[in-house]
Design a protein around this ligand. Sequence first.
Ligand SMILES: Cc1ncc(COP(=O)(O)O)c(C=O)c1O
Length: 391
Amino acid sequence: MVYFQSSERVRKLPVNFFDQLDNRLAESEHSGKPFINLSKGNPDLPTPGHIVESLKRAVDKPENQAYPPFLGKENVRLAITDFYKKEYGVTLDPLKEVAIFHGAHIGITGIPQVLLNPGDYMLITDPCYPIYYSSAILSQAQTYAMPLEESNQFLPDYSRIPKDILKKARVLLLNYPNNPTGTLATKAFCEETIDFARKYHIPVINDFAYASLGFDHNKPLSLLQTEHAKTVGVEVYTMSKTYDMAGWRFGFAVGNASIIQALNHFQMHAYSTVFGAVQDAAACALKSSQKCAADIVSTYQRRRNVLIDGLRRIGWNVASPPGTFFAWLRVPEGYDSQSFSDLLFDHAHIVVAPGIGFGENGNQFVRISLVNSEDILAEAVDRIEALHLFK
Ligand SMILES: Cc1ncc(COP(=O)(O)O)c(C=O)c1O
């Protein structure tokens, strides 16, 4: 075989953080007590039955066996605009302000590529979903990571961005509800964000992957609910978490028409179209009763309570996440995110995601996900208690 070197862009991409965690687990799995894997963000619940049935029907339709239209089927674009109107009171043009694609991942790597040129800066947060760094690399752009501090409710402080970075900033990429911290955006923060973006002429993307996952009746805000948001903003939505459809690969972006148009143009060249039957099933999910989505939130909320109440009972004084399906837990004194994750791995056979994987600022935290049953989470608490780390 002749070895062909990959492109500079591809060589710059880091090792996938979650893949590394999986490999470590795979190597150790046969050694004694089974592991509890609390590191993953892959929903464990089945897709609601009515959505699965709608896909089955859609597969039989001849129209779905041919190429679908480039911009997506009309029924799904209308379902998206109706959904945003019903859920958030936001009015959207189904042709000019909606783009569909194979999951949020495509949106958050695609939109920066349609807006950034080499040397531009993308503003992200530290910690953040690690793919944001890859997205900047694919765009041949630099990143400036705004620290998320617990003392500021894990919201960035725009006034701390250096002036020379502001001049070169061409995208602001946010993610609320936030992975990994579990934070929800406040109305005041959304307003501040839109004011900031308008003042400095920076397009803002909100990765709304955990849109439905707010606990204790706190419904997460859409950035587009903010006045003037569409003048500078787009939001990326996914079916993966709201409806447990992670494997189906369907997401969409809504908002600023110039960004949507550029994204649609890019996609026609880069990815082509989404399977029509998946589009029909997504339309069914968005148009049907949202009780299934509320039931999913209730399940995660019960799991969160089992985990957080349990950890507090054994003396680990942790904060309770208001949203997402992640708990972002400060590690006990004397540890950092990696050494504490190693301790749990080696002595409790529990896999958690070390916070350092989400950025330097995550180094005093570990991320535990709620995509495991209440029994498994309770067992994890028991295993941590047996380490006698607290009290
Ligand atoms: C913050 C965030 N954005 C995007 C995604 C990817 O979502 P999708 O399944 O729609 O590609 C994830 C998945 O875990 C995520 O955590």
